[in-house]
Design a protein around this ligand. Structure first.
Ligand SMILES: [Zn+2]
Length: 134
């Protein structure tokens, strides 16, 4: 048996009841039909609202994913250090060229030196590993 809201006290009652057992409101056929209609309308509105929420969430999610991808693309584009790698010969370092690299912008001169030295040591270690493998 379907349930409807009592138009008087808003409690859930059986649509086949003669009256509301809570407040004594007399149920007529018209009242039952009207209550069912408004209930159906409310349910449809709730379903539409849920669908709207879902769409809103999808847009948000898509936006966040796009922002993350853009961020990574930006990072790669800004950093790509390979083409600016300094040329080192036998441990003698000339960093004057390398210090002009755009990815070092914002660092002080001594910081640039440290970064370049470290990347040099990194290269040396990588080359040693390669040699050991051969
Ligand atoms: Zn009632």
């Amino acid at each position: 048996m379907a349930l409807i809201d009592c138009p008087e006290c808003y409690k859930r009652i059986s649509e086949s009841a003669m009256g509301c057992p809570h407040c004594g409101f007399m149920l007529t056929r018209d009242v039952v039909v009207a209550q069912k209609k408004s209930q159906l309308k409310r349910e449809q509105e709730a379903a539409e609202e849920a669908k709207r929420d879902e769409r809103r969430m999808a847009i948000w999610f898509g936006g966040i994913v796009a922002a993350i991808i853009l961020f990574f693309v930006f990072c790669v584009a800004v950093s790509s250090p390979h083409q600016y790698k300094p040329h080192w010969s036998d441990g003698v370092s000339d960093t004057s060229n390398a210090k002009q690299a755009p990815w070092l912008r914002g660092f002080s001169d001594s910081e640039k030196e440290t970064i370049l030295q470290e990347s040099y040591l990194f290269d040396v270690a990588a080359k040693q590993l390669e040699k050991e493998r051969d």
